[in-house]
Design a protein around this ligand. Structure first.
Ligand code: PEP
Length: 255
């Protein structure tokens, strides 16, 4: 088992024009050396190459927010995993709830995209999480198992993923952008369940797969969330749009 630093990843979503992004990326890069964790910025596709250039030579990695499963072709408006990689990214977020629920993206599609990401040499950050309705119905853990089963590539012996090519992000849909977070016990139960589900397929290699928590993480709650067992980092939306709050979250990560 490899002991890894926590990973703090910023999902800028559909925010930022070049000038603001320039300042934000530079500030994050300037503060990155002091962070006790790995840092990743996921800007919109239009800014990947520019942010990658700004981060070049620093410890800050760059990721995309989605990719198409095909390598090229007549898919107007989409970008392929190879293009995301070519633009300078090392990671890509897949299956974010804003795509699953806003754009009808299925587990099957997320799996195909994950395979494409791996084929292009990208680390896939596969997002899973229950809706409020599913939570209220007591279905959270079943939903997580089913999303893992449907969204991760599989081979003859179970999941065909490892800690170098895949990160899981647990993001309760009702916690994203709402200011609400699950209790420590709920996060611990969800992350423990994800770890156990991965372990049932991968054995002890599952320990190498980072499981991020995402959903209204901010400087005020980051230390508590990042201290929970099996929480290997955070996927940060709103609070990643300010270098001060993003770096404050990173500073809260136990080394
Ligand atoms: C996200 O969109 O991945 C996210 C976690 O957003 P926020 O931090 O704003 O809740």
């Amino acid at each position: 088992m490899t002991v890894q630093k926590k990973l703090i990843a910023g999902n800028w979503k559909m925010n930022m024009l070049h000038m603001d992004a320039a300042a934000l990326a530079r500030e994050v890069v300037a503060g990155a050396d002091k962070a006790p964790c790995d840092l990743l910025l996921c800007p919109p596709s239009t800014l990947i190459s520019w942010v990658a250039e700004t981060a070049s030579g620093s410890v800050v990695a760059v990721g995309g927010q989605d990719c198409h499963e095909a390598d090229s072709g007549a898919y107007t408006g989409d970008v392929s995993a190879t293009m995301v990689r070519d633009a300078g990214a090392s990671h890509v977020i897949l299956g974010h709830s804003e795509r699953r629920h806003g754009l009808g993206e299925t587990d099957e599609r997320v799996r195909a995209k994950t395979e494409a990401a791996h084929g292009a040499g990208l680390v896939a950050i596969v997002c899973i999480g229950e809706t409020e309705e599913q939570r209220d119905a007591g279905e959270t853990l079943n939903v997580l198992s089913s999303q893992l089963d449907g969204s991760l590539p599989t081979g003859d012996n179970g999941f065909a993923v490892n800690g170098k090519d895949t990160v899981i992000a647990y993001e309760p849909v009702w916690a994203i952008g709402t200011g609400r977070t699950p209790t420590v016990d709920e996060v611990q139960a969800a992350h423990g369940h994800i770890r156990a589900h991965l372990t049932a397929s991968l054995g002890e290699q599952a320990e190498d797969i980072r499981i991020l928590y995402g959903g209204s993480m901010k400087p005020e709650n980051a230390a508590d969330l990042l201290a929970i067992e099996n929480v290997d980092g955070g996927l940060i939306g709103g609070a990643s749009l300010s270098a001060d709050s993003f770096l404050a979250i990173a500073d809260a990560a136990p080394a």
